[in-house]
Design a protein around this ligand. Structure first.
Ligand SMILES: [Zn+2]
Length: 409
């Protein structure tokens, strides 16, 4: 599987950091460089219907090797990397036959991947670990996914004796800034079930995500010169501060919750005397709890309106995404086939819940049931990011087996 490592190194070499302040799509033109590279490679390995849209969405087909009406499966990965850390000049360090010790990143030696903080490393002695030099992130999220799909596709195209239905491949842009599926045309894709290759480690199937809304709370005050403020000024900053202090934080906050508990999370604050606003994330695994969280914000606003009759307070709720589990119920085979594929390889699958969203949450909501699978990445969005080559190889084998599991459908 040396081609898997070569591929991965080729892809991490292309800087594809997403930019949330951009108003183009994709948000950075360099993402298109990787999309073009993938389009060319898909053509070279003999994929059919290779296409790239002006938005950078790359699609291709691995034709069916058996006749009959079988479900069409789609594999997704995103080409962009997180804006949380630079990916300029990624210099991958390959630790062959890993010795089980802490890994000091050579360019920034105070950055150390410690076994005590990363217990999974202890189980990977003798494997090949790929890290950064400490000065960038690696981009394993999600170039592990891209390399996994490309390698599985090449394997299936070279081995038409393996029995499977039609498989669609889809590479997306700007996942890290929440726009991964904005320009995916599900009709053009024509799949019945999807898999994002965008989860960490090995043997994990992400089957649930948060349901998510965003609130923007805006206080409109009245500004005057402070010398003439008596009985006239209404300070939006003061009222908004009061609003935030009345939100629960001893519970129902990211700082105090884990596992299946949701939260309210104020995360952007801006404004002045005349107008001030805060953005708040509403998160819960139970979609039915989101309106209750919104009602709590509204009740705080109502109390403050009564105390400050001259101010206006708006609470605007925007729908973001819904728990993937809601939509996966309509195609339970999406999960069971992935479990079958892992068990066929001797891996006991671990079902996982994600305290966030994935492209799969949005695809599932749009009608394409799409759980998320492991690809061998770890510590993503950080200069301590790393990948394990053998776990990536497992991800390739899982995809090849998954294709055949659906071929039995
Ligand atoms: Zn990702």
């Amino acid at each position: 599987m040396s081609t898997l490592l070569d591929r991965f190194l080729r892809y991490v070499n292309v800087e594809t950091t997403a930019d949330e302040n951009s108003d183009t799509y994709p948000s950075t033109p360099s993402q298109l460089d990787l999309c073009r590279m993938l389009k060319d490679e898909l053509t070279q390995i003999g994929a059919a219907e290779v296409q790239m849209t002006d938005k950078g969405i790359v699609t291709a087909t691995i034709p069916a090797t058996i006749d009959g009406k079988l479900p069409v499966i789609a594999w997704f990965a995103h080409v962009d990397t997180s804006p949380e850390f630079t990916a300029h000049g990624v210099s991958p360090q390959i630790h062959k036959n890993y010795d089980g010790r802490d890994i000091v990143l050579p360019k920034v030696p105070e950055r150390v991947i410690r076994v005590s903080e990363t217990p999974e490393l202890a189980k990977l002695v003798g494997k090949t670990i790929i890290t950064t030099d400490g000065s960038t992130l690696l981009g394993a999220d999600d170039k592990c996914g891209v390399a996994t799909i490309m390698t599985a596709a090449e394997h299936l195209l070279k081995n038409p004796n393996l029995k499977h239905g039609r498989i669609r491949i889809c590479f997306t842009c700007d996942e890290e800034i929440g726009h991964g599926v904005d320009h995916v045309d599900l009709k053009q894709l024509g799949a019945d079930v999807g898999y994002t290759l965008d989860s960490e480690s090995e043997g994990i199937i992400d089957t649930e995500t948060f349901s998510a809304d965003q609130a923007i709370v805006t206080v409109h005050g009245v500004n005057t010169h402070p010398a003439e403020g008596k009985n006239r000024m209404v300070n939006a900053i003061r009222i908004l501060s009061d609003f935030i202090s009345r939100m629960p934080w001893q519970w129902m906050s990211p700082e105090t919750t884990d596992k299946r508990d949701g939260f309210l999370h104020p995360y952007v604050l801006e404004g002045g005397v005349a107008k001030a606003s805060v953005k708040v994330l509403l998160r819960d695994f139970d979609s039915g709890e989101l309106p209750k969280k919104a009602a709590l914000l509204e009740s705080i606003a109502a109390a403050l309106r009564a105390e400050h009759p001259k101010c206006r307070i708006d609470v605007d709720i925007k729908r973001q995404y819904r728990n993937m589990a809601d939509g996966l119920k309509k195609e339970p085979r999406a999960i069971s086939k992935a479990q079958d594929a892992m068990r066929a390889l001797g891996i006991e699958p671990k079902m996982n819940i994600v305290r966030g969203g994935t492209d799969g949450s949005r695809l599932t909501e749009k009608g394409l049931p799409t759980p998320n699978l492991s690809t061998g990445m770890h510590n993503f969005h950080s200069p301590l990011e790393w990948a394990c080559l053998e776990q990536m190889e497992t991800a390739v084998k899982v995809l090849v087996q998954l294709a055949q599991e659906w071929g039995k459908a």
